[in-house]
Design a protein around this ligand. Structure first.
Ligand code: TRP
Length: 370
């Protein structure tokens, strides 16, 4: 299968080293990890494990931070369906950044984008926006320092900035970046401008000149590759970016987890029973045909989805290393690794669902007041 990685399609077996070259981004190296650790006091497993693996301009942002300048975080959610573990893992890392650096977070809900791109009505997208906001609030961001922007609701402050961005981007750039043709609707052509605005809107609103750091899954990079230069031309700082790899789908280690296939994806609203069923039924196994063979030859952790997913959810390095070792040596069976993962996820989802129940009351605080 041909590989494709852009905001509107993620397909095939992804070679992340090649992607670094193609996208013109940089690997997060040991030197950067050391710099981060010096500030945060510990290094998040997602950094150690190269889940957040690449960046743009992170050195510059840290230089500024070291000289006493704050930055703000910006990330977002396209509300067209239920939230799954892929979203959850990226956002839990964003929470870690917010807590460690003690910074503001601007969180964009792109209801315009999803209305324009998906075969859903405006009302359906609004309902998903409301649902998704509860999940984002449940991540536990600091309510005093987190601001939700909903594109259609905050259009009054966003649109004047969006047209300034749009004026500097041509249709041919959009076409070649996203593979659009003349039959794409005209709203979708404009949309990149809206995703660019939160990179500098906080500074427009406050009169400050802070750096922006965008943690994202790497498929979102093309938007900012186009707009970073434009942002600078408009007199603002180019945002720094941290790129995450995709959590693989349950069914195998290519492409990305997606809610369009909710039967086979773990959703944040799943019950303990659903988690167990989905993992036992669909998680691709790196084990051998028979138990005998497995005991003798061992399993393949690289393709075993339960092993790969534990990189995201078993934060204890020693425990993870032991699971990998035992599985490769055939001491652990596929079913046993799945059982470890199931238990972990049941606990994480239980906690999330508890927080989500009380999130409704917090929304008013999170939504930015114009
Ligand atoms: N377009 C993203 C999506 O479809 C949502 C989004 C908006 C976003 N702004 C962002 C994601 C900034 C990462 C960073 O999910």
């Amino acid at each position: 299968m041909k590989t494709r990685v852009d905001p509107y399609e993620v397909q095939g077996e992804i070679n992340y080293d090649r992607l670094i070259k193609e996208f013109g981004i940089k690997k997060i190296d040991q030197k950067l990890l050391d710099r981060i650790e010096k500030i945060t006091g510990e290094i998040h497993p997602y950094l150690k494990r190269e889940i957040f693996f690449a960046h743009r301009d992170l050195e510059k942002l840290l230089d500024a931070y070291d000289s006493g300048k704050k930055f703000f975080l910006y990330t977002g959610c396209g509300p067209s369906g239920p939230i799954h573990l892929g979203h959850y893992s990226v956002w839990s890392f964003v929470k870690w950044l917010q807590d460690k650096f003690d910074v503001e977070l601007w969180f964009q809900f792109t209801d315009d984008e999803k209305f324009l791109y998906k075969n859903k009505t405006y009302e359906e997208i609004q309902e998903w926006t409301n649902q998704n906001m509860l999940d984002v609030a449940a991540i536990g961001f600091n309510p005093d320092k987190t601001h939700f922007l909903i594109d259609t609701k905050h259009a009054g402050i966003m649109y004047p900035e969006a047209i300034k961005v749009a004026k500097k981007i041509t249709f041919s750039t959009i076409k070649s970046s996203f593979g659009f043709t003349d039959s794409n609707n005209i709203g979708s052509i404009f949309y990149t401008a809206m995703q660019t605005v939160p990179c500098f809107l906080p500074n427009v609103l406050s009169g400050k000149d802070e750096y922006c750091l965008i943690p994202l899954a790497v498929d979102q990079d093309p938007h900012f590759r186009i707009s970073r230069d434009v942002i600078q031309k408009l007199g603002h700082k180019k945002p720094a970016i941290m790129h995450a790899k995709f959590m693989s789908p349950l069914t195998g280690t290519s492409g990305k987890s997606s809610s369009s296939d909710s039967g086979k994806t773990i959703l944040m609203t799943d019950t303990p029973e659903q988690i167990k069923k989905k993992i036992n039924k669909y998680a691709f196994s790196g084990g051998k045909e028979t138990i005998e063979e497995h005991r003798k030859l061992g399993g393949n952790v690289e393709v075993d989805v339960a092993c790969q997913w534990l990189k995201y959810f078993e934060h204890d390095d020693k425990k993870l290393a032991k699971i990998y070792k035992d599985y490769s040596e055939g001491k652990l069976l596929s079913g046993e690794v799945k059982a470890i993962l199931i238990e972990k996820l049941q606990e994480i989802l239980f906690q999330h669902q508890e927080k989500r129940k009380s999130a409704e009351k917090q929304l008013d605080k999170f939504i930015y007041k114009i």
